[in-house]
Design a binder for this molecule. Sequence first.
Ligand SMILES: Nc1ncnc2c1ncn2[C@@H]1O[C@H](COP(=O)(O)OP(=O)(O)O)[C@@H](O)[C@H]1O
Ligand SMILES: [Mg+2]
Length: 431
Amino acid sequence: MSVGGSLDIWKSLGLTDSPYNSLPITSDELGDKLLVGREAELRSLSISLLNLHTHPTLEGGNGVGKTSLVSVAGYRLFQSYLAGESKFVLPLQKNFQLSARENVSAFRVKVFLQVVQALIANRDTLPVQKLSIPTIPVLEGWRRALRAISVSSENGGVSESSVGTDSSELAEAIDEVKTWLETQFKDPQSGFFLCVIDNLELLETSSEAKALLEEMRDEVLNIPGLRWVLCGARGIVRSVASTGRLVGFLGDPVDILPVRDEHIGALIEARLNAFKIEDVVSAPVEIDGFLMLYHIGHKNLRIAMKYCQDFTLWALMRGVDFSKTEEKVALLEEWLTSMASKILQNSVVGKRAWAVFDALTRKGGSLKPSDFPEFGFKSYQAMVPHLQSLSSANLIESVVDNVDARKKTISVLPLGWVVNYERLKNHAGAQ
Ligand SMILES: Nc1ncnc2c1ncn2[C@@H]1O[C@H](COP(=O)(O)OP(=O)(O)O)[C@@H](O)[C@H]1O
Ligand SMILES: [Mg+2]
C-alpha cells in the first residue's frame, strides 16, 4: 500500500478523505457528527443566543475548537428552527475577521452581502411568506450591487473615498436590506442571522480591537436581526468585553478549555467512522496515538491533527503498510524522534536558550516581552538573542504587531512541542 501504487493515500487506507483535517468543523451534518466533547458548551452558547440580547464572546487558545463549536451550534439551531422547535436562526456561511484598517461601512456591506447569500442559498427550505423573503431576482439584484464593494475591499480594505462614491445601486441595496432586516426583526424574539467575528487576536492589541468594535457598535453590532459571536485568543476577548462602551452589547467572555481527555477516544473514532469506506480501515493514528499527540501538542487539536497528517505522509513514503502494522504507536515514536533530531541537527541552540525554551514550554508555550523577569533576565533585550536562536531553529515563532513592534507574542511551534517531548523523554532516560 505504498504511495507508488495510489496517489490517493486516504483511499488506500480505506478512507474517503483525511480524518485528520485541521480546518474548523463545518456547519453541516458532517460537522455535527465530528464535534465531540462539547455538549455543555453547545448548550450554554445556544441558551445565551436564544435568551439573551448580548452578543456572546468566546475566549480560548488557538486550535482549541472555538470556530468549530460556533459552527455546530449554528447548524443545530438552524435545524431546530426548521423542525419548528425554536425561533429563526440562520448562520452565515462565512466568518468575518477584522483588520486594523477595517472600514466599518465597507464591513457592513460585506455583512449584508452574506445575509443575502444565506437567503439565496436557503430560500428553498425557509418559510418564504412568513419571513417575507424577497424573490430570487430581487435577492440576486441585491447581491450584485453589494458584491461590487465587497470584491474591491477583499484586497486591503476599501478607502473612505470609494465608499463615498457609492453607486446609487449600492446605496439602494444597502437601504433595502437594512429595511428588510428592521421590518422582519423589529421584535428581537423573531430570531436572527448568526454572524461570527473570528480570530479577534489578529488585531494584536486589545486597544485596537476595542476602538474598532466601539466604532462598529452602532453600525454593525446593533443591526436588528443580526447576532454576533466574537471569538479570540490571548485574552483579547476578555479585555474587549470589559470596555465601558461595549458593556451591555457583549456577553461575558466564556472560556473554551481544551476538549477533555475522556472525549478524545470518541473524537477520533467519530472521524474514522465518518470517513471510512468500508468497515476495514487502516487508520495510521488511532486512539492511543492520538491521545499521545494531543498531549505533546499541549492539547491543541489543530496541532494534533497536523501531526497525524505529517506522520501519515512520512510513514507512507517509507512504504509502511498500515493494514499489517501492529505497532502504530511505536512507529509514531519513531517519527517524533526523527522530526526532533532533524531540527536539532541543523541548529545550534545554546544552553541558556534551552533553559528559556524549557521555561517557556513549562509556562504553557507562549510569552510576552514583559514576562522577561520570570525567565531570569534583567531586561527583554537580554533575552532576545536566545529567542532568536530558538526561532531560527524553528522551535518558536514571534508574532509582531504591525503598529507597535514592542508588542508581540512568542509561542512554541508544533515541531517545538515535538522537540520538547523528546527532550523530556531523554532527560527522564538519563536520570
Ligand atoms: N469538539 C471537537 N471535536 C472534534 N474535532 C474538533 C473539535 N473542536 C475542534 N476540532 C478540530 O480541531 C481543530 C481546531 O479547531 P478550530 O475550531 O479551528 O479551533 P480554534 O477556532 O479554537 O482555533 C480543527 O481540526 C477542528 O476540526
Ligand atoms: Mg478559529
